[in-house]
Ligand binder design. Structure first.
Ligand code: GRF
Length: 203
């Protein structure tokens, strides 16, 4: 199956997927990487791996709908079975989400439903939680709110700051995302019409 990965920045999650694919751990191929911002490190990571890249700069469009339409055209040129948001920092329109429902996933650096939105590590420290982590979910109309597929937990240490906590969470992101993409490419993951996530234990 073909995969398209959307990024906005460093692309460490993209790199984890590139590495997992190269190791033969994902029965799929990353056919394209698209960034909404030019010149980000994630684009270099893709280029180094020989993956076609594109920039659809949101600043070049008058509205969200125009931007999303241009983004969809670029994505659909690859006809992907799966669209992966990996550090993608744009809110997508309902039309976009509708078009990719069931084959659009995102990773969020918190244990959803806690800490939706931005600055999750600062907020987790503020709240004094003992456990934090990341969530991978199907994208639906709600921001960071879609049906959760998998989560990874990390302990919060007394001397943590946002950077140390983020690093611990990202380490888990880089382990979990390739596993979830693998499951999807194996046909073991499905978003049912009622919004429930179905996972087939034995493929
Ligand atoms: C990560 O913390 C991820 O959870 C969030 O964006 C951050 C940067 O991701 N979605 P990446 O290094 O660009 O993959």
């Amino acid at each position: 199956p073909g995969i398209v990965v959307l990024i906005s920045g460093s692309g460490t999650n993209l790199q984890a997927l590139i590495d997992a694919t190269a190791r033969g751990e994902i029965p799929g191929r990353i056919r394209g990487v698209i960034s909404n911002r030019p010149g980000v490190a994630g684009l270099e990571r893709a280029a180094r791996a020989g993956i076609p890249t594109a920039v659809v700069d949101h600043r070049a469009f008058s509205g969200r709908e125009d931007f999303d339409r241009a983004l969809m055209a670029r994505i659909d040129a690859h006809d992907p079975a799966l669209v992966v948001l990996a550090g993608f920092m744009r809110v997508l329109t309902p039309g976009f989400v509708q078009h990719y429902t069931g084959r659009l996933i995102n990773i969020h650096p918190s244990l959803l439903p806690d800490f939706r939105g931005l600055h999750t590590h600062e907020r987790a420290l503020e709240a004094g939680v003992e456990t934090h982590g990341c969530s991978i979910h199907f994208v639906n109309g709600e921001l960071d709110g879609g049906p959760v597929i998998a989560q990874a937990r990390v302990p919060v240490m007394a001397d943590d700051n946002p950077e140390s906590l983020a690093a611990r969470v990202q380490h888990q992101e880089h382990r979990l995302y390739p596993r979830v993409v693998r499951w999807f490419c194996q046909g073991r993951l499905r978003l049912a019409d009622d919004g429930q996530v179905h996972f087939d234990e034995n493929p």
